[in-house]
Write a protein that binds this ligand. Structure first.
Ligand code: ADP
Ligand code: MG
Length: 211
């Protein structure tokens, strides 16, 4: 692989005495879309939260995570964000009481020209609904807003928690977790076409993946 944009080596996370991640290693190529997959509870969210420095208090994180030459694990989350790491959690976290435009404005970063044209080209709905309260958007529209916020800034790497229905067309590479360990890595589209693999690794048939 050419120089990865992210490399994770031997990532282990213990929370409340549970060994949730047990030595997870994978790389993310600088091009394409790498998806982290696996059944519920295998450790996907724990992996992303560890990478961005948001492991719950008292959790113990070991291993190495590098974005380019920079080592991430010892750095506070706000520094990682400033250095170009964007994270969209699964629960979206939009400010429900604020309008769409206000939510976007809050994501602007000092010293970076916000790329509204890019965000509105991708999600025209966000421009049309600028004055609507975010809490009154549909789930899908809130997801657009959450992604729009990180796209405003010129990030080197985006970590987006999404369901498979949304990412399956974009996915180029896949990393599959099973019980806190990497169970499979390879071409995402090959994986999603292999019913036997998706059944054993993801617990769904490929028909369900492609629905
Ligand atoms: N704060 C926590 N305290 C205790 N256990 C946790 C905590 N967060 C996650 N876990 C456990 O870690 C495992 C992995 O969770 P998670 O990373 O959320 O999985 P996924 O995102 O793949 O569904 C699950 O068994 C979950 O119950
Ligand atoms: Mg999760």
């Amino acid at each position: 692989m050419v120089e990865p944009v992210l490399s994770v080596e031997g990532l282990s996370v213990r929370i409340a005495g549970l060994h949730i991640l047990q030595g997870v290693s994978f790389e993310v190529a600088p091009t394409g879309v790498t998806v982290l997959l696996g059944r519920n509870g295998v450790g996907k969210t724990t992996t992303l939260r560890a990478i961005v420095g948001l492991t719950p208090r008292g959790g113990e994180v070991r291993g190495t995570v590098r974005m380019g030459a920079r080592s991430l694990l010892a750095r506070p989350t706000h520094r990682l964000v400033r250095d170009g790491l964007g994270y969209v959690p699964e629960d979206r976290c939009v400010f429900a009481a604020l309008t769409v435009a206000e939510n976007l404005r809050l994501a602007e970063r000092r010293g970076v020209a916000p790329a509204y044209d890019k965000v509105f080209a991708l999600f025209p709905e966000l421009e049309r609904r600028g004055r609507q309260r975010a809490g009154s958007l549909s789930g899908g529209q809130q997801q657009m807003l959450a992604i729009g916020r990180v796209l405003l800034n010129d990030n080197r790497l985006l970590l987006v928690e999404q369901n498979l229905a949304v990412v399956r067309r974009l996915a180029t590479d896949a990393v599959v977790l099973s019980a806190g360990k990497v169970a499979w890595t390879g071409d995402a589209q090959e994986l999603l076409l292999e019913t036997a693999l998706t059944k054993s690794l993801l617990g769904v048939g490929s028909a369900e993946v492609h629905r």
